[in-house]
Design a protein around this ligand. Structure first.
Ligand code: PLP
Length: 383
């Protein structure tokens, strides 16, 4: 059975409170609060005026597949051909289709806990067994290889990785990925690597398992990626996957049977985003880096809360055990009593107990307001 995302549940409750006249600071939703760059919007408008109002080929327009193959290949130092790229309406369909192609009854798929809730939901929907592996706060929310190794069985077909990571902001160190790569090759396991936060990597330590020996997308990695976060294009619906050619052909068939194609003008906009200029993206990334500092410093002065500086994405995942409430209780308390919308860590898996997820896709002023409210609310809790 499919399950939902707690971000949409909390957003609905926050909107209901606002409708009653309450002021709520939104730290629940993972949607960059920046407008898509003007040149990208313009490219889509121009494309529409020039007649890009028809179907495109199901796996994507050739110019975009070529540009993506080059973009992904260059950054990782690997060879990628356009035939390995399939363009989809968002990263979510790319993930859904990859799992439809790989996960089936009798198969096990490993996924990170805490992790993006859609992983578990879709693995189970495909009839495969979802097997969580823990991410550990003391490792900057990376994994211990032994934890993964202990969960591998002859039925393990794939492992999902996500770095930089939602919900923790963790970035998996290259050495960890290299060790995991050896294990995947040895045990014949496919890596599904969700790299949607690749550019939200504030220490410059991003590494892809697809660059490790034996793990290229021609061999055994499916890179899931998209434009939503990097280019502030969540509402456009544009994502893609890079994978072995036979799997790309299967994914193209799934596109024929579901969407026919990703919106043609949206793909033209994506091409413009890739071509640049890069400055608007850099300005957004710089703003996120500054907010990260404000939020994490502030969280460390909230009674009962501590938070290490996350390496990437636009989330903080503070440890809130010292407040004496469960994560779900604290989420409710902060929203109802203090007007701060956060997400319980348990919305991301059992290992999320003791944590909250805060998105810093909001202005420094609003983050400071949220911190003031949290400081007062948690001080009141601890009496
Ligand atoms: N993967 C992760 C880890 C995400 O956090 C998200 C969005 O929140 C997605 C995938 C989906 O992105 P898209 O908007 O491209 O479907």
């Amino acid at each position: 059975m499919l399950s939902s995302e707690s971000a949409f549940r909390v957003l609905a409750r926050a909107r209901a409170l606002e409708a009653q006249g309450r002021d709520v600071v939104h730290l629940e939703i993972g949607d960059p609060d920046f407008a898509t760059s003007e040149h990208v919007v313009e490219a889509a408008c121009r494309a529409l005026r020039d007649g890009a109002t028809h179907y495109a080929p199901p796996p994507g327009i050739p110019a975009l597949r070529e540009a993506l193959a080059q973009h992904i290949g260059e950054r990782r130092g690997i060879a990628v051909s356009p035939e390995q790229v399939v363009v989809t309406p968002g990263a979510k369909p790319a993930l859904f289709f990859a799992l439809l192609a790989l996960a089936e009854p009798g198969v096990e798929v490993l996924y990170p806990d805490p992790g993006f809730p859609i992983y578990r939901s879709v693995i189970g929907f495909c009839g495969a067994e979802p097997v969580p592996y823990p991410l550990r706060e003391e490792l900057g929310f990376s994994f211990r290889l032994e934890d993964v190794r202990a969960r591998i069985t002859p039925r393990t077909r794939a492992i999902i990785l996500n770095s930089p990571h939602n919900p923790t902001g963790g970035v998996i160190p290259a050495a960890n990925l290299a060790a995991l790569a050896e294990l995947c090759v040895e045990r014949d396991i496919v890596a599904i690597s969700d790299e949607i936060y690749e550019f939200m990597d504030y220490r410059g330590t991003f590494a892809s398992i697809a660059a490790m020996p034996g793990m290229s997308p021609a061999e055994r990695t499916v890179i899931v990626h998209g434009f939503s976060k990097t280019y502030a294009m969540t509402g456009w619906r544009l994502g893609y996957a890079v994978m072995p050619t036979p799997l790309a052909e299967a994914m193209a068939l799934l596109m024929v049977n579901s969407n026919s194609c990703t919106a043609t003008a949206t793909q033209m906009a994506g091409l413009a985003a890739l071509q640049g200029p890069w400055e608007p993206v850099q300005a957004m990334l710089d703003a996120f880096a500054a907010r990260r500092k404000v939020l994490v410093e502030g969280l460390n002065s909230v009674p009962g809360v501590h938070c290490a500086l996350p390496g990437g994405a636009f989330y903080a995942f503070p440890n809130v055990r010292g407040t004496g409430l469960s994560s779900a209780e604290l989420e409710t308390y902060l929203l109802e009593e203090a007007g701060v919308a956060t997400l319980t860590g348990t919305g991301f898996g059992e290992q999320g107990e003791g944590y909250l997820r805060l998105s810093y896709a909001n202005s420094v002023e609003r983050l400071q307001e949220a911190l003031r409210r949290m400081q007062a609310a948690c001080a009141a809790l601890l009496g």
